[in-house]
Design a protein around this ligand. Structure first.
Ligand code: GDP
Length: 483
């Protein structure tokens, strides 16, 4: 329960007015039922000469959040872990073909199901390194995972077909990868085709702030063909070099935490969940909590469907034993007691999916939320996504927004594009807390549904000055009052 002025007054045995008065002297205006932070309560107590001890109920959610933090592993022996790669790109640019080629090199001939069986993630050994590939179904799903707080990807491989170049979805993928803050390696694909003008594509990449290294920039562009396999070795080399720079390491010797990549109900085996371990080692028999599902791991399989007993960091596994299908992108935690897992799972189940997701992601949802959150930070950020009916409109809005430059406030257009608001925009917004400005365009049905579910605000406009007025109001509200 949050502490309010009323409960504090009861606890300290002092009238509420005294507390309100004390706070007012410090410039904090509160009413009797307003919640107080611990810090404020302690200040008031000190001011009034009352000794105050704040006791907290044991909050399992806080303990779970702590399991994800770096502090949890302080002092522990860290070991290198495989890098986790996600392949993104415009439809038909060759992702599936490339994945199949990469996998078939690692899939032993005659393996049951071979590469036809869908898998959520797989590993490839290359040089001294093992690389984990996560197969997210599109970049919107990548964004949705991030909106859940699931940042599993270390590197994005952006597939760009050399005969087609940078397309709208390519730009969306770039925005998602940049918002996630992960390095992008470009696979300039279909290089086996005749009459390719690769310089033209490099130019397109350069204008999207992906300056190719051969032009002095820091984006590696590898020429590939998923069809012939040409360049894939070099692509894997480049992944290894990039991941070495990241110095990825973690503690393998602890209770596991990770993320659910995908889950479904199987007629014979019950709930099957694809998990990727992020820290620690997951073992058969472990009690796990995953979203609002829980259970004890009955059996565990690797990507080749071999039964295994344990899985270390960055390893994808398929497990059985959860009581229901967990939400994609939710974190899983190994706990000591099945009762603990059940308690949290039930609590989460009761609050409902959307409330649970909103609470776990802890992100702003509307322009007002964002402004609230930004207040108090030294440099305020207002991330924006602009969708409009024409490149001219986007440029006009951008131009106007840029005029608001101020040392304390930064607007950042993290994505812009011509066309209606789509699922990618909504998931990007959900993951990054950006406001979507829709100028003369509307959201498609699936995007509208997703926005509803995620609590993302889409602000529609038909006149440029209205956009500008809104943003100006927002920014001015964000500026610290002159002191
Ligand atoms: P995705 O939608 O990105 O997964 O693309 P796909 O892998 O399904 O490929 C789309 C089409 O491009 C298919 O007809 C593939 O055969 C073809 N394709 C994929 N990679 C290559 C390549 O490297 N070279 C050529 N010539 N065709 C390719």
């Amino acid at each position: 329960l949050p502490m309010t002025v009323r409960t504090l007054s009861e606890a300290m045995g002092r009238p509420a007015n005294q507390i309100i008065g004390t706070l007012m002297k410090q410039g904090v205006m509160v009413r009797i039922n307003d919640a107080l932070t611990e810090e404020l309560a302690l200040e008031v107590a000190m001011e009034l000469g009352v000794e105050l001890e704040i006791k907290r109920e044991r909050d399992l959610e806080d303990e779970l959040a702590a399991m994800l933090s770096d502090e949890y592993d302080e002092g522990a022996e860290l070991e290198p872990r495989p890098c986790i790669v996600t392949i993104l790109g415009h439809v038909d640019h060759g992702k599936t073909t490339m994945v199949d080629k990469l996998r078939s090199a690692s899939v032993a001939a005659g393996e049951a199901g071979g590469i036809t069986q869908h898998i959520a993630a797989y590993q490839v050994d290359h040089g001294d390194h093992r690389i984990t590939f996560v197969d997210t179904p599109g970049h919107a799903a990548f964004g949705e995972m991030r909106a859940r707080g699931a940042n599993v990807t270390d590197i994005v491989v952006l597939v760009v077909a050399a005969d087609d170049g940078v397309m709208p979805q390519t730009e969306e993928c770039i925005s998602h990868a940049k918002a996630a803050g992960v390095p992008i390696i470009v696979a300039l694909n279909k290089m086996d085709l005749e009459g390719i003008d690769d310089q033209k594509i490099l130019q397109q990449l350069a204008t999207r702030e992906l300056l190719p290294s051969e032009w002095g920039g820091d984006t590696e562009v590898i020429r590939t063909s998923g069809e012939t396999g040409a360049g894939l070795d070099e692509l894997l080399d480049t992944i290894n070099i990039t991941s070495e720079l990241q110095e990825l390491q973690t503690n393998p010797d602890r209770d596991a935490v990770g993320v659910c990549l995908e889950a479904f109900r199987d007629e014979g085996r019950g709930v099957i969940s694809w998990l990727i371990v992020q820290k620690g080692t997951l073992e058969v028999g472990d009690v796990i909590l995953c979203g609002s599902a829980h259970g004890r791991i009955r059996s565990m399989f690797d990507e080749h469907d071999n039964e295994i007993e344990a899985a270390g960091p960055s390893t994808p596994v398929k497990v059985t034993g959860l009581d229901k299908v967990p939400e994609t992108g939710s974190h899983f935690f190994v706990l000591d007691e099945i009762e603990e897992a059940r308690e949290v799972a039930e609590k989460r189940g009761h609050t409902g999916r959307s409330a649970y997701l909103a609470a776990t992601a802890r992100r702003p949802q509307t322009l007002e939320d964002i402004l609230d959150q930004a207040r108090g930070a030294t440099v305020k950020n207002l991330p924006l996504i602009i969708k409009a009916d024409s490149p001219g409109s986007i440029e006009a809005i951008r131009g106007e927004i840029e005029k608001f430059e101020h040392p304390e406030v930064r607007t950042a257009v993290i994505h812009s594009g011509v066309g209606g608001v789509n699922e990618s925009d909504v998931s990007l917004s959900a993951a990054s807390g950006a406001v979507i400005l829709a100028f003369h365009v509307i959201a498609d049905d699936r995007a509208a549904l997703l926005a509803d579910r995620e609590g993302v605000e889409i602000r529609r406009y038909s006149i440029i000055y209205e956009v500008i007025n809104d943003i100006r109001d927002a920014l001015e509200g964000l500026l610290d009052p002159e002191r």
